[in-house]
Design a protein. Structure first.
Length: 295
């Protein structure tokens, strides 16, 4: 019906943590970081004399996906500590076998270093672009482009013929309950909710339905079935309101994402425009250069 819309647990986590928790340095950590006292950063375990502190676990948790970060601390912390212990044991044994000199390991380390450099560069670009002033300016633009708009709350009953719709209207005029009839006769998925469509804007519905609903008064039922591409509708308007744009705080996360994407795209485009890039086909022959984009 609607044409548009507006604005692990257990073993699975353990397997993920092996990949997500950064490997510890080979040197033994004798004390907490100078800025943190023993009370704030207690020692939680040692592995062959190498210390694991609370700060190590907190840092490892930050590398996990959000669905794991949100696990209860009493469940997540012991699991993370156990996994850090496992990681230290694996690293120690790997170092004994001098696997850091393995060619495959060196390749993986280099790829990781490259990705880390790329990510750090883009983080710097985003940090310079996503400022409070830039967010406020983008929000003002959003508010200007999305002024308050009228919305209607309505129920409907969808049937296949005009005659069936007209018969339902007569039943409603005779005192039949609209929601009950919707559950019994409507072919729309909203039938299970008594035909309730909730609040919607004019642009959220097909034109014929929207024109009819927005022309009606609260409590009014259509005098005749409304034809659309889906069939024939009996409509009842239940309420009307003026919907204001979302607040800055509600929109902030989306605004940050939008600015971040714009900043990264523009920065990469600048790098591309300043570089000499040659492409070759599968046959090794040069491909035509990309057309320069107009400013």
């Amino acid at each position: 019906m609607r044409m548009k819309s507006t604005l692990a647990t257990g073993l699975g986590l353990a397997a993920l943590v092996v990949l997500a928790v950064p490997a510890a340095p080979s040197a033994v950590r004798a004390q907490p970081a100078p800025a943190q006292g023993a009370a704030a950063n207690p020692l939680l375990a040692t592995v062959n004399g190498e210390a694991i502190y609370l700060a190590d676990i907190k840092e490892a948790i930050q590398d996990l996906p959000d669905q794991y970060k949100n696990l209860p601390p009493e469940r997540l912390m012991p699991l993370m500590l156990g996994q850090l212990i496992t990681n230290r044991l694996l690293l120690t044994e790997g170092n004994k076998q001098k696997l850091a000199d393995n060619d495959e390991v060196k390749k993986k380390v280099e790829r990781f270093r490259e990705r880390a450099v790329q990510q750090q560069l883009l983080q710097q670009v985003v940090a310079k672009s996503v400022t409070d002033d830039a967010l406020q300016a983008l929000y003002k633009k959003y508010v200007t482009e999305n002024p308050p708009k009228e919305e209607v709350s309505a129920r409907h009953i969808l049937v296949t013929s005009e005659a069936e719709g007209a018969a339902i209207i007569l039943q409603i005029k005779g005192g039949a309950d609209f929601a009950t009839l919707a559950k019994q006769k409507s072919k729309d998925p909203a039938a299970q909710n008594g035909g309730d469509l909730g609040f919607f804007g004019r642009e959220d519905m097909v034109k014929e339905f929207a024109d009819a609903a927005f022309a009606m008064k609260t409590g009014e039922v259509t005098q005749k079935p409304v034809k659309t591409q889906f069939g024939f509708h009996v409509i009842k308007v239940e309420d009307r309101r003026t919907a204001n744009p979302v607040s800055f705080e509600e929109a902030k996360e989306d605004l940050q994402s939008q600015l971040s994407q714009q900043a990264v795209s523009q920065y990469i485009e600048t790098l591309r425009n300043g570089a000499k890039i040659e492409r070759f086909g599968p046959d090794g022959k040069p491909l035509p250069p990309d057309e320069p984009k107009k400013p």
